[in-house]
Write a protein that binds this ligand. Sequence first.
Ligand code: SAM
Ligand code: DTB
Ligand code: SF4
Length: 353
Amino acid sequence: MATVSREEVRTLLDLPLLPLLDKARAVHLAHHGDNEVQLCTLLSVKTGGCPEDCSYCPQSSHHDTAVGAERMLDVDQVIASARRAKDLGSTRFCMGAAWREVKDGPAFDRVVDMVRGVKDLGLEACATLGMLTGPQAERLKEAGLDAYNHNLDTSREAYRSIIKTRTYDDRLRTLQNVRSAGISVCCGGIIGMGEALEDRAELLRTLASLEPQPESVPINALVAVEGTPLADMPPVDPFDLVRMIAVARILMPKSRVRLSAGRSSLTREAQAMCLFAGANSIFYGEKLLTTANPEEAADLELLRTLGLTTLAPVADASGSPRHSEHACANKGAGCGHKHDHEHAHAHGEAVAE
Ligand code: SAM
Ligand code: DTB
Ligand code: SF4
């Protein structure tokens, strides 16, 4: 897309909700008419004790929260979780570490092995490990990493009041290293941290101006965690989240927009509006990194009610059946579809594929 100005983004964000939804929906249908939602499962492979001071984060060692520093998980534990996620229908598995930056050595070697194991299962592999150098990004790429999550979180101006231990430019540098290594970019932000509308507009403008635009754009609503400096922030107005998603969809038509943290505080109806506005991925599984997320069954039921399907898994090198049989209303009528995802696609159902 041609460069967009802050004023143009602000005009979109300020539209009355229904005309904004009309615009976003038109863009969404033109680029993602398949009605597919990707299920992505998160796992914290190294929890807590992080030296960064991100005001929103329960894993920062600067804040006194219930999340303590834990040992890094073993490769086998991670692969077992990834297998469970896949059996439940996820097609993407994202490993998070509470690190400021990746340091070469045994811990990074272990993450590289985790990436290989996740890829062997036929899942998309994503990681979010803090800052990365070019050579580190290349090593992850060689291991098969598909995507790297590194959020800009908010505007450059507001960033300084949210995080003091690193700069916006540090963030942009890592994004460039990821891009140069040929890994796809997952980059988004958070609303509800006390930022002004201008900051939201500026975040969206910055994301949309990245060249190329990020393939994946997570939009998080702050999960206000006790012990963090943002613990007492008022809850996000769900319509504000719908607006952010709608404008992200309009500005980044081809990207996968992810309805991310904060879903546990949203009604089914609010989530439905987010999905209508252009979100086509959710984090799936009872936990995000350290905080709660809706139960899988509730998510599948919601998608089914809305007539959305889940993204089909990519081919598995082993060729073995990857999904258990799933009760399909059409099976009795002899629809002939052998696997869950075939039923889902043919009959407009949302099932764990
Ligand atoms: N340490 C790495 C980093 O900061 O990039 C990776 C993990 S970090 C937890 C990943 C992202 O989670 C952050 O960039 C932030 O956008 C999001 N996040 C963390 N805590 C959050 C919260 N309480 N509410 C909403 N989003 C949150
Ligand atoms: C993203 O933007 N949101 C996810 C994922 N990328 C890594 C993380 C949300 C974390 C919410 C707080 C927690 O569970 O610790
Ligand atoms: Fe550390 Fe990432 Fe949390 Fe910031 S968001 S404190 S870098 S884990």
